[in-house]
Unconditional design. Structure first.
Length: 531
């Protein structure tokens, strides 16, 4: 499988690249380095396997596919015709080179048993379905330089962080919707608050926090929150927890945050129960404890708190605090998705698309993906474009595909930029334009999309919208092949092009490829060379 649902390991995604429950949405250089060290550096010398597979839903389908192969039909042909893995079926079932342990256990055992080469005599069952598995080669682990995989690691971590639970704040409007006189409301609340009314103290704290009827004053907000919290007002206790969590009006203090969340959570406040689940999952202000984390998530989820329902799904999917079970995750995701929680809608869409944890169902995939896409989820916009392009779950419609690709591409979604560029290149769903194709393929290639790099190479090979430049084409083919060795068109084009180049030109192209391969340097290096 080409990619996985954001929170769980799929067949070809390294086990180590699971979501980290860390702060922030940006991936730091240190985090990327740590992932590299865990997955790449420490695996040097281990065996890795070249694997291909065919994935189907039923044992009978797997038996039929295996019979066709043992009767002499090419594995790649059968995979292209029957495999339900959208990430590998177009490549003849190829999953590329990986360590055995990156796969789910059942698949991993089959891979090791088939080495150094071999076709599974019987189908292999995993949570994804039934597989026909073949190992085509084994070698010692070849560790790529950090720079060549940095962007891939950053993208996986970025998607993981996007899906992390994060503490929720106070989302109440401190004044009634039809109350236009916030200043009068503040005066009335002040009178009650000075008489010790905890609810008035809490609401006055909100007004100072939001600048409604009074100037924004974080410290004054904290003063009123504290007075109410000391009287046991649960929402005020939660607000103090958020303040200590974020350092708003007080010095940031994770222990104090956890203390106030617990006081409110013990009173049954779903907001604080959820936040307490987050801090136990992260180990912020408390010892990290997934069992405690899931305990508090469940309490909030049972109150129909969507974020907690989604978090419950994540915990089941990743096996944190509970036995790992994708099937048990699905109902939680669905509960959150029905309430409009975009991450849950997005993940359900991808699960139905892949048949992961649920029967593969493109109509369901399109339904949930559309709901998330309409809320602006960039990954869902890209997937919805793909569904329209392939006519899966929706009528095949390249114009609709282009519409959704463009929405995602404008936000920097690399795969959608690549797909949009290819549509312009082919004139599919849009008027053919080499200029627009070049624009989008360049952006995607710079983000490390191998297919975009290959198509850009072909433009320079053929002189489509650019001055033909065989050295540039060969260099880009090299970069693409290094990024994704399974792209057969890239390999064939590079081999054919090599016959037309002198040794000196090939050497120049290889030097250029080294520059193009540096992180976020492709466009700059390409433009420098062309000048």
């Amino acid at each position: 499988m080409k990619n996985c649902t954001r929170w769980i390991v799929a067949l070809a995604v390294p086990l180590i690249l699971l979501p980290h429950f860390a702060n922030g949405q940006e991936v730091t250089e240190q985090e990327a380095r740590q992932e590299y060290d865990k997955y790449y550096s420490k695996t040097e010398g281990q065996l890795e396997y070249a694997v291909r597979h065919i994935l189907v839903a039923q044992r009978e389908q797997a038996d039929a596919a295996l019979q066709r192969i043992t009767s002499g039909e090419p594995f790649a042909k059968v995979a292209a015709e029957v495999s339900q893995d959208p990430g590998s079926s177009g490549r003849g079932g190829e999953l590329g080179w990986s360590l055995a342990e990156v796969y789910v256990p059942e698949f991993s055992r089959a891979v090791r048993a088939l080495a150094p080469k071999g076709l599974s005599p019987l189908p292999v069952r995993t949570p994804f379905g039934w597989h026909v598995v073949e190992v085509t080669d084994v070698r010692e682990r070849q560790v790529p330089p950090f720079e060549s995989v940095r962007e891939r690691i950053v993208e996986v971590l970025r998607k993981a962080k996007k899906k992390e639970p994060v503490p929720v704040g106070v989302d109440e409007n401190p004044a009634a919707a039809n109350d236009q006189d916030h200043a009068a409301t503040a005066r009335a609340l002040l009178a009650s608050a000075n008489q010790g009314d905890a609810t008035a103290q809490y609401k006055l704290g909100q007004m100072y926090a939001n600048g409604r009827g009074v100037p924004i004053d974080a410290k004054e907000s904290i003063r009123w929150y504290r007075l109410a919290a000391d009287q046991g007002h649960a929402k005020a206790q939660h607000a103090l927890g958020v303040a200590y969590n974020t350092g708003s009006g007080v010095s940031q203090d994770d222990r104090e945050a956890a203390k106030w969340y617990r006081l409110a959570a013990d009173q049954g406040l779903a907001w604080s129960q959820f936040n307490l689940g987050v801090v136990y999952g992260r180990g912020q202000g408390v010892a990290q404890d997934y069992a405690e984390s899931i305990k508090w998530y469940r309490l909030a989820a049972d109150q129909n708190f969507a974020q907690a329902q989604y978090a419950m799904g994540v915990m089941y999917a990743t096996g944190r605090g509970v036995a790992q079970s994708v099937k048990s995750a699905v109902p939680w995701f669905r509960l959150a998705a029905v309430q409009g929680f975009v991450n849950a809608q997005s993940d359900l869409g991808e699960m139905y698309w892949r048949g992961f944890g649920v029967p593969q169902d493109f109509k369901e995939a399109a339904k949930w993906t559309r709901l998330a896409a309409e809320q602006g989820d960039v990954d869902s916009q890209g997937l919805l474009g793909l569904l329209y392009s392939e006519g899966r779950g929706v009528p095949q419609d390249e114009k609709e595909a282009v519409k959704w690709y463009r929405l995602a591409a404008d936000k920097g979604h690399a795969s959608s930029q690549s797909n949009l560029g290819i549509n312009y290149l082919r004139g599919s769903g849009v008027e053919q334009s080499y200029e627009r194709a070049l624009h989008w393929l360049r952006l995607a290639a710079d983000q490390g999309i191998a297919r975009a790099q290959s198509n850009l190479a072909t433009m320079y090979y053929n002189g489509d919208g650019v001055a033909a430049n065989l050295v540039v084409a060969y260099a880009l083919y090299n970069v693409s092949a290094a990024r994704d060795p399974t792209l057969k068109t890239t390999a064939v084009n590079r081999e054919n092009l090599a016959k037309r180049l002198s040794d000196k030109e090939i050497a120049a192209a290889q030097d250029l490829a080294q520059e193009l391969s540096k992180p976020k340097n492709l466009l700059a290096a390409l433009d420098r060379y062309l000048r």
